[in-house]
Design a protein around this ligand. Structure first.
Ligand SMILES: Nc1nc2c(ncn2[C@@H]2O[C@H](COP(=O)(O)OP(=O)(O)OP(=O)(O)O)[C@@H](O)[C@H]2O)c(=O)[nH]1
Length: 392
């Protein structure tokens, strides 16, 4: 793809027959476009912005080496003044601004203002070159700056529109008031307008695609993290978040409590009432857990089938048993009939609890194993109860 774009642009450059900045300019244009296409799916970081500013400054300096031998000597002073006295310092100022803590909030505004100033410094140079020596300074810089700012530096569509508008107005006034490009004025004006409009369209397309990607991405995240039946976390998400909880508990010397909750005689319930009705009971279990564990830090997940897991963090281990009792109590209040099975009259669950301070000997895996053993005991003791594994 890079090869196709380069070929296309090199052919264009030959056709245009503009000499001052030469093929280097065109090659950079190609790279700018290709790079933008490749990078369009991610947003730009402050570190990348700094690197790009350095790259842009280096390119600008290399253009000077290419441009100066082709310019009449009488224009060297103005050329250097525009590049070294104005354009480069603007880039240094932007570079410095990136260190401000609020920079990411003003990136778009800083970008469009600085690129517009650089563009107008180029217009000033073009006018001076014409007035002093009737020298037609090429217009490619206008396109190059626009492409760099919009695609590579990721100016938003709104600011790209403002920038392109201001840039086109300035260029149009300049080439219509002064006959810098003579009989080619209309062609060059058309080329600049078409080039900038293309850039604008490209930014619009990228932004649109980006928005769609974000929506799809958030949907995918929900699908991969959440259990579809109950709307609570799935096992994978629980394990990832539980790992973070353990680290936090170690740092703050807090207690962590793991509850493993399993519906009693659920096979019988399914056999008697059907799978769809069984699903409703599973949803109710999730609902009860949401009611009992309502702190932001509580982790509630469906561990698999009719088994659930909850992890919570606390400064002491006193109230964990109350929470387990509260789950049983909620089921007793719900009075969901279980008459068709060999279990009790109403649906209930068994719970294994394990509370401990997290440390080297008591990591997440061990805590879950201990809670699981406690659950096994609760089942063996007759179901519809909890067993505190930390007290065994
Ligand atoms: N309706 C429904 N049933 C499920 C789902 N996932 C697992 N099950 C059922 O849950 C039942 C679990 O049965 P068992 O593991 O034998 O346990 P149990 O009958 O609850 O007995 P105890 O755990 O010993 O009290 C099986 O019949 C599974 O088919 C689900 O998503 N929906």
């Amino acid at each position: 793809m890079l090869k196709t774009v380069v070929n296309h642009y090199c052919n264009l450059s030959l056709a245009k027959n503009n000499v001052l900045t030469g093929d280097l300019f065109r090659l950079l244009e190609c790279l700018v476009i290709t790079q933008s296409q490749l990078n369009s799916s991610s947003s730009i970081s402050i570190k990348q912005i700094r690197i790009l500013l350095v790259v842009a400054s280096l390119f600008m300096m290399s253009f000077m080496a290419a441009d100066l031998p082709l310019l009449p000597e009488q224009l060297h002073h103005d050329y250097l003044l525009s590049r070294l006295g104005f354009q480069l310092p603007i880039m240094f100022v932007v570079f410095g601004l990136t260190y401000a803590p609020f920079y990411s909030k003003i990136h778009d505004q800083v970008l469009w203002m600085s690129v517009l100033l650089i563009t107008y410094a180029n217009y000033w140079l073009t006018i001076v070159c014409w007035l002093k020596m009737q020298f037609s300074f090429p217009y490619e810089g206008v396109l190059l700056y626009a492409l760099f700012a919009t695609f590579i530096m990721r100016m938003s569509f709104k600011y790209s529109l403002i920038y392109v508008g201001c840039s086109v107005v300035g260029f149009t006034l300049m080439v219509t008031i002064l006959p810098i490009y003579g009989e080619f004025t209309a062609v060059k004006l058309g080329f600049v307008m078409f080039g900038l409009a293309t850039a604008l369209l490209g930014v619009h397309q990228i932004e649109k695609t980006f928005k769609k990607l974000k929506i799809v991405n958030s949907k995918l995240t929900i699908l991969s993290e959440i259990d579809q039946l109950t709307g609570i976390y799935n096992r994978g998400t629980f394990e990832a978040k539980f790992f973070d909880m353990i680290k936090f508990a170690k740092r703050t010397n807090s207690y962590i409590c793991v509850f493993i909750i399993d519906l009693d005689n659920f096979k019988d319930y399914n056999d008697g009432y059907g799978h769809l009705q069984g699903d409703e009971v599973i949803k109710l279990q999730a609902d009860i857990l949401n009611r009992v564990f309502n702190r932001e830090s509580d982790l509630i997940a469906r561990y698999g089938g009719e088994e659930f897991v909850v992890a919570c963090i606390n400064q002491d281990d006193l109230h964990f048993e109350n929470l387990a009792q509260s789950i049983i109590h909620h089921w007793q209040e719900e009075k969901v009939p279980h008459g068709k099975g060999k279990g009790g009259d109403f649906v209930c669950c068994s719970i294994g609890v394990y509370a401990s301070k997290a440390n080297r000997y008591n990591n997440g895996k061990i805590m879950i194993e201990q809670a699981d053993k406690a659950l096994y005991r609760a089942k063996a003791q007759g179901r519809g109860r909890f067993v505190n594994g930390s007290k065994i």
